[in-house]
Design a protein around this ligand. Structure first.
Ligand code: PRX
Length: 571
């Protein structure tokens, strides 16, 4: 166990912000409930709280969504977004979609994604999102497990869906956003939207009713369906205001895709709920294009991820070619934010980058460099109001400050997942006694700040994206040349980790560069664009337990030249 003794330097905050200690000490969740919209029977709807209530307020003609595509830009006011999502909710109910049905979205970051996400939630159905880089295997796992009844996609992504559609008996309807002449059994979005009404009686839901779900990776098994409830909007609203410091006069840019939790909580629900204007850039990473977004829209608050900041830092003086003076507050999430990058941010933007920590399962920020606190470069910050965090040992006992252990939380906050879809056993594995376990190792300094140490399991974090080794291994062994595969995350200065695969070839195959590129293409096409191994190593055999499970910690120890540890249970 490591004892941390050094006192890291801090960057002092802007003055006149709410005091952290005071807010943390006095805060209770029930006092925040009136930040969102309830009916007189104690029901709410996350989409209505996020958008519709502003469409009835003085903000109604304010731009809610600035969308920048490859060759055109669009703007939608709160009123327009409310009306369009009402129309889409009508399209869904006419198609027979009912409360709790799973309706999935497989789209690039286009306005229809935002309209359909809100529209699904308004009907009381459960909205699911899928990153547009998923291949047929990634799609099948999600659509099959969730029993999705309806899918919204476009003509080019539909081709991947068609490969697996025959194996998805629950998938009754496909809504295509860019076709007017659709195939049998499909619905044309433009045609259906044209006919639908602007008004819709939004389904007001109980706080614990499910609102949206998305799949995330663990060490074992296929991705798990994390289900979030309508009540989560309370925490999504509060943390957006406190941590992202977002208000209704802000222009805000979240670089995450709604296929991941950050793109939902802090790309849609939280910022709209705070009445901010959200900028969406549908394009690939490019330093000049990114800085142009800030310059063009006069972005005031920017939420991104360490790998992106590291890539921007590599682009040296690119920021000097742009007027970035609109920026007021910058935040980062998803992977460790190294102190050097915070210092680079100070030089490039004259602002500290505020790290914060949370997970798909927690639905909202848990630990943060709160705007009113000094930023400690390299540290994640302190628990947000309403969050009790602790470091516990493997028996669930709290350890002293300065001692490394398991990062745990009291599971009493509104945005904690409701369930793992159809998997109560997996859900139960997250809890030990009174604690929710994050699966992360951390240490708390004497002054209360938390430092991230690493995962306590084999989950890989590559460029802030969570990848389960089992999923990649499963696809690798589908390749005819591969008999066995073991996959680990290997530390990488730019991406945090890269995926490295150790493979045993089948008898008739010889190693070659062609084979390697073929396997890489295979994983990219089957599973997802971000999940392919950047490194391969062909080995004669993989380390296994006596029951035949691959011991990834030995592969990692070998790769990093670390001690191998206890091998008594191994073959
Ligand atoms: O390991 C932690 C890492 O990302 C995991 C959660 O990933 P995901 O569910 O995809 O959600 C990402 C966006 C919220 C965590 O268990 N992680 C997240 N934030 C940080 C982090 N690691 C270090 N520092 C962070 N700030």
């Amino acid at each position: 166990m490591a004892n941390i003794i050094e006192k890291p330097e801090t960057i002092t905050p802007r003055p006149n912000l709410p005091d952290y200690d005071e807010t943390y000490r006095t805060f209770e969740w029930k006092n925040a409930y009136d930040q969102v919209a309830w009916d007189d029977r104690g029901r709410l709807n996350a989409a209505e709280s996020a958008v519709d209530r502003h469409a009835r307020s003085p903000l109604k003609h304010k731009v809610a969504l600035y969308w920048q595509g490859a060759d055109r830009n669009e703007e939608y006011t709160f009123l327009e977004l409310s009306n369009l999502s009402n129309r889409f909710a009508n399209v869904l109910t006419s198609a027979g979609i009912k409360k709790r049905d799973r309706v999935f979205i497989f789209l690039p970051r286009i306005p229809e994604l935002y309209v359909s996400f809100l529209g699904i939630i308004k009907t009381g159905a459960i909205a699911g999102t899928m990153f547009s880089a998923f291949g047929p295997d990634g799609l099948y796992d999600r659509l099959h497990d969730s029993g999705a009844r309806c899918l919204i996609t476009n003509s080019s992504l539909k081709k991947r869906v068609n490969e697996i559609k025959g194996d998805l008996p629950d998938l009754e309807q496909i809504i295509v956003v860019d076709e007017t002449d659709v195939a049998e059994g499909e619905i044309s979005y433009p045609e259906a939207m044209k006919k639908a009404s602007d008004t819709f009686d939004v389904a007001m839901m109980s706080p614990n009713d499910p609102a949206f779900m998305l799949y995330t990776s663990g060490t074992t098994g296929k991705p798990k369906g994390v289900v979030h409830r309508h009540l989560a909007i309370v925490q999504q609203h509060m943390t957006t205001e406190w941590v992202l410091d977002l208000h209704d006069n802000d222009i805000y840019w979240c670089t995450a895709d709604p296929g991941w939790i950050t793109g939902i909580t802090y790309g849609i629900l939280g910022p709209f709920s705070c009445g901010a204007s959200v900028v969406v850039h549908d394009g690939r990473f490019d330093p000049d294009a990114w800085y142009s977004v800030i310059e063009q829209y006069r972005v005031t608050v920017w939420y991104s991820a360490p790998t992106a900041f590291r890539m921007l830092a590599q682009a040296k003086d690119a920021h000097k070619n742009h007027d970035l003076s609109s920026l007021r507050h910058i935040c980062s999430v998803g992977e460790p934010l190294n102190a050097e990058i915070v210092h680079w941010g100070m030089r490039a933007f004259k602002l500290p980058i505020h790290d914060n920590f949370w997970q798909t399962e927690t639905g909202g920020i848990l630990i943060a460099n709160y705007p009113s606190m000094p930023v400690k470069p390299g540290w994640m910050g302190k628990p947000t109001p309403g969050i009790t965090a602790a470091i516990i040992d493997d028996n669930g006992i709290e350890v002293r400050r300065g001692v490394e252990g398991n990062l745990a939380l009291k599971p009493d906050f509104p945005s904690l997942m409701l369930e793992i879809w159809k998997n109560p056993r997996k859900h139960a594995e997250y809890f030990m006694g009174d604690w929710y376990l994050t699966g992360d190792r951390a240490v708390q300094h004497e002054d209360g700040y938390y430092l991230f140490i690493g995962r306590s399991d084999d989950v890989i974090n590559t460029s802030g994206e969570r990848v389960g080794p089992f999923e990649v291994e499963s696809v690798l062994i589908e390749h005819p040349a591969i008999a066995e595969a073991g996959v680990i995350g290997k530390p990488d200065a730019l991406r945090g980790e890269i995926i490295k695969a150790f493979v045993v070839l089948g008898d008739d195959y010889e190693p070659s560069d062609d084979l390697e590129s073929d396997v890489r293409r295979f994983v990219k096409a089957r599973l997802a664009g971000h999940a392919y191994p950047r490194e391969f190593e062909i080995v004669d055999a993989l380390p296994k337990t006596r029951s035949g499970k691959i011991v990834r910690r030995m592969l990692r120890a070998k790769e990093l030249g670390l001690p191998i540890g206890d091998v008594s249970t191994l073959e």
